[in-house]
Design a protein around this ligand. Structure first.
Ligand code: SF4
Length: 391
């Protein structure tokens, strides 16, 4: 019997996900001499600028559970998260040689240190720590961010050997608007029919977007949506949950599957947040850097990785996710030693408790191997939600 189309797409995405030698990136570069690829760490960089320079943005999310970290451990103390160590390991073992540069967005001190480490270790590559605004007024934080992006634009222009024009940038904004729209459709579809689009598949589909050209990824997401509808799958009486705290170091795929197998439908999450950081369409006919800045300041996802004391009360965004997706509970799943996620967690838990939203919490590392405790905890959580709702 032929493999259904939707599963063929998932298999392709899984192969891309498992390839820690980034063959897809190497092939893209080899197809045309002179092409360049720029890596970026989660959770957000304005990928439009890289695209407008004719380069391939490549999302680097550590080594997952398939990479043995040997050299990387020597660079960091043991009591921090794993993503910087496995990223160093990827670099030192030559797996990132296909990249012509790396961008380290301002997420936390660990990433800031990693950026410095990268500058020392890979002197022949372009490396930039990309600061983002901590003030949300257009005239203050906005002006700062436009200047940051302008520096990046000039740097990338020098690497590309040509200036990046406003028209180039506006074209790229339109291309990414389309990708964001496709991802929004995917998230809406999963929330409406989570049994038809399991999160383990949605996640792989988004991971493919870390290495594929954005145009190809947008087409793949829409192909998946069409194919997912054709394969009818059993609908279960699962608990609908939102996952929070997984915006940087990613959980192993087995962990996502374990949560689902334990009786949860994930109807929203903050995995691979770069794909949904900007919430609305960005105008593609104005001053491009200004528009990207305004989108960051006024229409972007709330996360612990973003310093924003003024815009919204803590937990409002998460509560909105719960409400609009019809979720019955929240699973806080954060990487061990992740300062931003773990510092914010008690505040979010407090908000949920006050609003009567059930929640549970655990920690993971990208190479966590023992899934039984997580399955048990998620299963108990799902059962208790069903019991409370029935009572
Ligand atoms: S997992 Fe958390 S602590 Fe580690 S680099 Fe990412 S945001 Fe920073």
């Amino acid at each position: 019997m032929n493999t259904p189309k939707v599963l063929q797409i998932v298999q392709r995405c899984e192969a891309l996900f498992e390839d820690l030698h980034f063959n897809a990136v190497q092939q893209w570069k080899a197809a045309q001499p002179g092409r360049k690829a720029i890596g970026y760490m989660p959770v957000y960089v304005p990928r439009e600028l890289i695209h407008a320079a004719g380069m391939l943005p490549v999302g680097i999310l550590g080594g997952g559970d398939a990479l043995e970290v040997i050299q990387g451990d020597a660079y960091y103390q043991s009591y921090i998260c794993r993503i910087p160590r496995s990223t160093i390991e990827l670099g030192l073992t030559g797996r990132l040689d296909c990249l012509d540069g790396m961008l380290f967005p301002s997420i936390c001190d660990v990433i800031r240190n990693l950026s410095g480490m990268w500058q020392m270790l890979f002197k022949d590559k372009y490396v930039r720590y990309l600061d983002v605004p901590q003030n949300y007024q257009d005239s203050v934080g906005g002006t700062f961010y436009v200047q940051e992006m302008q520096v990046l634009r000039e740097d990338l222009g020098r690497l590309a050997g040509r200036e990046i024009s406003d028209a180039d940038l506006n074209r790229s904004i339109a291309v990414y608007n389309d990708n964001r729209a496709a991802v929004r459709e995917l998230y809406a579809y999963r929330a409406a029919k989570p049994w038809q689009a399991p999160t383990s598949e949605v996640y792989l589909l988004l991971r493919a977007g870390m290495v594929l050209p954005v145009e190809e990824h947008t087409a793949l997401v829409r192909e998946y949506l069409a194919a997912a509808e054709l394969l009818q799958r059993p609908k279960r009486d699962n608990a609908r949950v939102v996952i929070n705290g997984s915006f940087c170091e990613q959980p192993p795929l087995a962990l996502i599957k374990s949560i689902e197998m334990a009786g949860c439908y994930v109807v929203d999450d903050d995995l691979l947040l770069v794909t949904r950081w900007l919430l609305d369409e960005v105008p593609a006919d104005g001053d491009p850097l200004r528009e990207l800045s305004k989108a960051f300041l006024h229409h972007s996802a709330a996360t612990a990785a973003k310093y924003d004391l003024t815009r919204e009360e803590k937990g409002v965004y998460l509560l909105k996710q719960v409400k609009t997706r019809g979720a019955e509970g929240v699973i806080f799943a954060a990487p061990s030693f992740c300062d931003p996620a773990l510092l914010e967690r008690p505040m979010l838990q407090d908000v949920l408790t006050r609003h009567g939203v059930p929640h549970t919490a655990f920690k993971y590392a990208e190479n966590t191997g023992q899934m039984a405790p997580i399955r048990e905890q998620a299963g108990t959580f799902a059962d208790s939600i069903k019991l409370w709702n029935a009572a």
